[in-house]
Write a protein that binds this ligand. Structure first.
Ligand SMILES: Nc1ncnc2c1ncn2[C@@H]1O[C@H](COP(=O)(O)OP(=O)(O)OP(=O)(O)O)[C@@H](O)[C@H]1O
Length: 306
């Protein structure tokens, strides 16, 4: 099993008696993109500040590539790349000069490495033009190039696509996925854009009131939802209830949470009970639905919660 590159261990923060973050435990792995979701005020920024050493935890620790941020700050932080919402750039200088400038802040960033990151973010045709002529999307990608210069093993992005149009978001997402797989970087992205996280990430961590309430792979086959349409509906819902399935009414049928291997038995039993089946098909429950349910902000009134 691959070792985690970053470990949040019982990470907690209390300010003036108020517990903002409570015992967060999260492992992040190389090559994976993990989304960090939570309602406003949940504690995302506070967590990221602790992960980047800008704020000291009250309790717990952040381990980066085996090094404690508390005890080996310089070495641990040298493995981290950070992109904030609007990366600071010298607009009157070219993209290339900006990268040269930031390269000097690190040891051992060669000209070859600068060329490599320029290619990775697709800026080779415009890199010698002034940043003031760049679109917001290009500036974000320059920010990404800057964050990658020193070959970080871990990349943190706080609301990276804020302000980008859909095409810019798609482009940024594509580059980020490429970088995670080509460089084996572990990426941690905080965002409010749930649909964006769903497309961009392999996993999602959800926090609420400073506590981790969910950490899951989001393209995992084992947590499956199926759309079942059959008549008469009352008989179908009675059957689903009796089988202890969680289900929600949707359109003419129900969205049912069940294991793949349980599907054949369910369809056989429905048919044997004289129920007319119209559809049983995999249902892609959006991350937004799941998130709203988890945080209690969604339409779960109809859900049959057992
Ligand atoms: N320095 C501070 N002193 C006291 N309370 C703070 C401080 N910084 C943040 N908070 C509180 O901690 C909680 C978490 O804030 P944080 O900014 O980490 O949330 P967030 O998830 O990033 O929110 P948003 O999505 O709105 O950016 C909030 O209730 C906030 O008011």
């Amino acid at each position: 099993m691959t070792e985690p590159i970053v470990q949040l261990q019982n990470l907690s923060k209390t300010i003036r008696g108020k517990q903002l973050i409570q015992q967060l435990n999260i492992d992040l792995y190389p090559g994976q993109i993990t989304g960090f979701l939570g309602p406003n005020g949940a504690g995302k920024t506070t967590t990221i500040r602790m992960m980047t050493g800008l704020m000291h935890p009250t309790e717990g620790n952040v381990i980066i590539d085996g090094l404690s941020l508390k005890e080996h700050y310089e070495e641990a932080i040298s493995k981290v790349g950070v992109i904030v919402e609007n990366p600071e750039m010298y607009k009157f200088m070219s993209g290339y000069k900006n990268l040269l400038h930031f390269a000097r802040m690190h040891k051992n960033v060669t000209k070859e490495r600068i060329q490599e990151v320029i290619q990775q973010v697709g800026l080779e045709n415009r890199i010698h033009e002034k940043v003031s002529t760049y679109s917001l999307g290009m500036r974000q990608r320059l920010g990404l190039a800057q964050a990658l210069l020193h070959r970080p093993k871990f990349l943190i992005l706080d609301e990276p696509t804020n302000g980008l149009d859909p095409a810019g978001i798609r482009e940024f997402r594509m580059y980020l996925r490429k970088i995670a797989s080509e460089e084996g970087v572990s990426v941690f992205v905080s965002s409010h854009l749930l649909s964006e996280i769903e497309l961009m990430c392999d996993r999602v961590a959800v926090i609420q009131n400073g506590q981790l309430i969910d950490l899951r792979d989001i393209h995992n086959e084992s947590s499956s939802f199926y759309y079942v349409e059959a008549q008469p509906k009352e008989q179908v819902s009675a059957y689903l209830e009796q089988c202890d399935f969680n289900f929600v009414a949707e359109n003419q049928g129900y969205v049912v949470e069940m294991k793949k291997e349980d599907v054949p038995a369910m369809t056989t039993q429905l048919v044997q009970a004289g129920i007319q089946l119209f559809a049983v098909q995999p249902h892609q429950k959006t991350l937004e639905d799941q998130f709203l349910e988890m945080t209690g902000g969604g339409q779960i009134a109809e859900a049959n919660s057992k």
